[in-house]
Ligand binder design. Structure first.
Ligand SMILES: *[C@@H]1O[C@H](CO)[C@@H](O)[C@H](O)[C@H]1NC(C)=O
Ligand SMILES: *[C@@H]1O[C@H](CO)[C@@H](O)[C@H](O)[C@H]1NC(C)=O
Length: 216
């Protein structure tokens, strides 16, 4: 039990005494030509001199690692910056005093994509952390409007075509119906006539019969 307590005390004292650099975000997603702010936080010590602060932020590539931000003994060293980032990095000096490295990267390029690391060295510790930036190619602005505009007249045309076809179909149907009706009435007229003639003859025969009975 005593051992455990001692271990806990030694661990907490160890942790509280550590100098640490941590990213606020492990990965960033952005589009070409947009801006982004990469941020790292580091442990500050009130009684430490600002001249003890050294920061080295670079992009992590296999061969040459382009530098985007360099602070030497409390002062920014713009000459260290790689031409890839020239005029595109803005640092926040007020945030730096509070233990935050805030790098505003403007006009993002697709080749800015990669791993970014910041090494911080003070008289009370050394540490670093990294984050991933993914810059995707910009989508052309007029393009997304075209597909939304185009299908409308197309679908309208289609609807028009369907309406026209349906109307034509209905007209043909109506015509057929009319023709059929005409045929039917003509046929029934003929049959009607024959019926009438038949009834006529029946009548005449009846009359003949009556006349015959009258005669009888
Ligand atoms: C990007 O940052 C620059 C200055 O660094 C600013 O002029 C521009 O308006 C920003 N663009 C966007 C899309 O936020
Ligand atoms: C970058 O973003 C694109 C689009 O979201 C995605 O397809 C791609 O996998 C991402 N790349 C990395 C390395 O995360």
């Amino acid at each position: 039990m005593i051992c455990r307590i001692l271990l806990l005390i030694s661990l907490t004292s160890c942790v509280s005494g550590t100098f640490e650099v941590k990213v606020t975000q492990t990965s960033y997603q952005a589009e070409e030509n947009h801006n982004i702010t990469l941020e790292w936080m580091f442990t500050t010590k009130p009684d430490s001199s600002s001249t003890s602060l050294n920061i080295y932020c670079e992009m992590f590539i296999d061969h040459n690692d382009p530098v985007l931000y360099h602070v030497h003994e409390g002062d920014e060293v713009p000459e260290s910056q790689d031409e890839q980032f020239a005029g595109r990095i803005q640092s926040d000096k007020d945030a730096l005093r509070e233990g935050r490295i805030r790098l505003h990267v403007s006009r993002l390029r697709t080749d800015d994509s990669g791993l970014y690391t910041c090494d911080v060295k003070t008289d009370y510790g050394v540490s670093s952390d990294r984050c991933l930036l993914n810059v995707t190619a910009a989508v052309d602005q007029p393009e997304p409007q075209k597909p939304t505009e185009r299908p409308q007249p197309e679908s309208q045309g289609r609807i028009g075509l369907y309406v026209g076809l349906t109307a034509a179909g209905l007209a043909v149907c109506a015509g057929l119906c009319l023709a059929f009706r005409l045929c039917l009435t003509k046929y029934s007229d003929k049959t009607g006539l024959s019926f009438r003639s038949r009834s006529y003859s029946a009548n005449s025969s009846k009359n003949e019969q009556t006349t015959m009975t009258m005669v009888l």
